[in-house]
Design a protein around this ligand. Structure first.
Ligand SMILES: Cc1cc2nc3c(=O)[nH]c(=O)nc-3n(C[C@H](O)[C@H](O)[C@H](O)COP(=O)(O)O)c2cc1C
Length: 301
């Protein structure tokens, strides 16, 4: 089935969840523009999630998604909200959605895990996932180990559910490339950091649009590798070998970036930042990305 039909959206353009950033303002703007806005629940409580859902539903009748980042300590507190008041789509990341996947699907919610490799893609399909996001290491935020270019066709070959490509896509040409690799849609984070409606300090947006092709760097190790814009903080993180110092520098650093602290913030962003040159309304970003969607998408399913 086409992704647009599966998710009830006009364009197969998904705004990837961004921790503490993709709050209702951005979600509403992207969904109203014909893409799929995805709400972050990082730092949310059951009450704040209920309020965010109310805000989104009051502002748009369009489809939207909610991200459950499964390393969050309070998933058990947030799940009942999504069970009592089912949402169109749940994107899961950084963990295994098996304990609640069947139940959400039974409520009519599409469940789409973000995956970093073929093995996990197959596992998620076996669990009944509606689609998957294959995310390459070009992306901003927490990253896996494979590139989008190599990962997407291998995942497409391994599963029979729609594959959404993510990581390094922020232009119409990138969208075209993702479809050429067999993807049924794209998930985009970094390009939306520069949307007018994105609730981050102007310093964050300026750093994104001023970044060049080698403007990002990866800090951390193992499952905690994070890609962000180079600044004084990333230099310090790369210089330290002491885990306690690393932890101390990192704690609260995304929030500091959101508030515009250019030296002490963690400005998570992906390699495509070098191709993002202006702050624009979310609608203009969705419209430009949609130019890369083939006019006739072969129905693979
Ligand atoms: C600032 C930032 C925060 C992110 N936070 C999350 C998150 O909380 N959960 C998640 O699943 N993905 C997160 N991501 C990944 C995005 O949802 C998306 O998959 C990724 O940005 C796509 O790659 P791109 O940055 O090259 O567009 C984040 C990305 C960025 C840039």
């Amino acid at each position: 089935m086409h992704l647009t039909r599966l998710l009830h959206i006009q364009n197969p353009i998904i705004q990837g969840s961004m921790a503490r950033i993709s709050t209702p303002a951005l979600v509403i703007a992207v969904s109203e523009a014909g893409g799929l806005g995805v709400l972050t629940t990082t730092g949310a409580t059951a009450e704040s999630l209920q309020q965010d859902l109310k805000t989104i539903r009051a502002a748009t009748k369009k489809s939207f998604g909610v991200n459950l980042m499964l390393q969050q300590p309070n998933i058990a507190e947030l799940l009942p909200v999504l069970q009592a008041d089912p949402v169109p789509v749940v994107f899961t990341s950084a963990g295994n959605p098996a304990p609640f996947m069947k139940e959400l699907l039974g409520l009519g919610t599409k469940v789409i895990p973000v995956i970093p490799n073929v093995k996990i893609a197959k596992k998620m399909m076996a669990l009944g996932a509606s689609a998957i996001v294959a995310e390459g290491l070009e992306s901003g935020g927490h990253i896996g180990t494979e590139t989008t270019m190599a990962l997407v066709p291998q995942v497409v070959a391994a599963v029979t559910i729609p594959v959404i490509a993510a990581g390094g896509i922020g232009t119409a040409a990138g969208v075209k490339a993702a479809f050429a690799l067999g993807a049924s849609g794209v998930q985009v984070g970094t390009a939306f950091l520069a949307a007018e409606q994105t609730p981050v300090h102007n310093n964050y947006k300026q750093m994104v649009i001023q970044a060049d092709d080698n403007g990002t760097v990866v800090t951390g190790t193992g499952g905690d590798r994070v890609r962000g814009l180079k600044n004084a903080l990333t230099e310090k993180l790369l210089a330290t070998t002491d885990p306690a110092t690393f932890e101390q520098l990192s704690r609260g650093s995304l929030q500091r970036a959101i508030e515009g602290d250019v030296d002490r913030g963690s400005f998570m962003a992906g390699q495509i930042a070098g191709a993002i040159h202006e702050i624009r309304p979310a609608k203009a970003i969705v419209t430009e990305l949609a130019k890369g969607v083939p006019t006739i998408i072969e129905d693979l399913f």
